[in-house]
Design a protein around this ligand. Structure first.
Ligand code: PGA
Length: 264
């Protein structure tokens, strides 16, 4: 049953002067959670936004150790092999996994090369459940309000599945692909329901291109038009953003609804 709004804690919003400061704070939070629970299950994100977070984590790698944790990435393109430079498997190896003490077997990314994508999606959900569920999920937000690759219109109960990417998403991701190569039009993604099952969620948004989506997520109605608005009913969400991404937020309104914010 969906909890009434007064029964959940609204997302906490923390605004930082720069993207680097916001990313540092996210890295700090991930490390705190890893120290508190060495066998933590992390949900990880890709894209431009979390690059600095991973850089910070790698710079400080060693303490805490990554040996006992398990991680699950949000999504992967359909039809891209793990060695493709634009695959999220490649991204994760390059930015994080190759630089920390985590065994490959403990890192999970949806298999966009699976001959049976429905079966791969179901297996992914089972693996998450078998690992005890995601303790801390890191998210970015798309300009259209997507989380993972859950585009506008996605059910808030959705689970891991194959999805069609919005044209704006394909365009936004085109620079990651070699010149002349068309990005895939479909992907495997955790569903919004899968994401909402995480015990704690951290969403990082930086840059003015995210200002509109962030305002819709936090101040708009909970609606299928803005997939990230589903996070309003989670109860343990912290948004880390820079001033540029926070530009459209109306803090008075947020505070009235019970959110807290801190400028750093
Ligand atoms: P970006 O993507 O970090 O590349 O802007 C975020 C997202 O689409 O979730």
């Amino acid at each position: 049953m969906t909890p009434a709004l007064h029964e959940v804690n609204r997302p906490i919003v923390r605004v930082f002067q720069t993207a680097e400061m916001a990313s540092n704070a996210v890295a700090d939070l991930i490390e705190q959670r890893m120290l508190a629970r060495p066998a933590i299950t992390l949900g990880l994100a890709t894209g431009a936004t979390p690059r600095l977070v991973y850089r910070k984590l790698v710079e400080r790698a060693g303490a805490p150790s990554w040996r006992h944790l398990r991680c699950f990435n949000l999504d992967e393109y359909v039809g891209l092999a793990a060695h493709h430079p634009a695959s999220f498997a490649h991204y994760m190896r390059e930015l994080l996994f190759d630089h920390v003490d985590i065994a490959t077997a403990r890192t999970h990314i949806p298999d966009g090369m699976a001959p049976d994508l429905d079966a791969a999606a179901e297996t992914y959900e089972q693996l998450i459940a078998e690992s005890g569920g995601i303790d801390l999920q890191l998210l970015g937000i798309g300009r259209n309000g997507h989380i993972g690759f859950n585009e506008p219109g996605s059910s808030h109960d959705s689970r891991t599945r194959e999805v069609q990417l919005a044209l704006s998403t394909i365009d936004a991701n085109r620079p990651d692909f070699p010149e002349g190569e068309e990005p895939p039009a479909t992907a495997l993604t955790m569903g919004i329901g899968t994401i909402l099952d995480a015990r704690e969620i951290v969403l990082l948004a930086t840059g003015s291109a995210k200002a509109e989506a962030l305002a819709a997520m936090l101040e708009g109605p909970i609606s299928l038009d803005c997939p990230a608005s589903a996070l309003q009913r989670h109860g343990a969400v912290t948004v880390f953003c820079d001033k540029a991404a926070a530009a459209n937020l109306n803090f008075e309104q947020l505070d009235m609804r019970g959110s807290a914010h801190a400028a750093a």
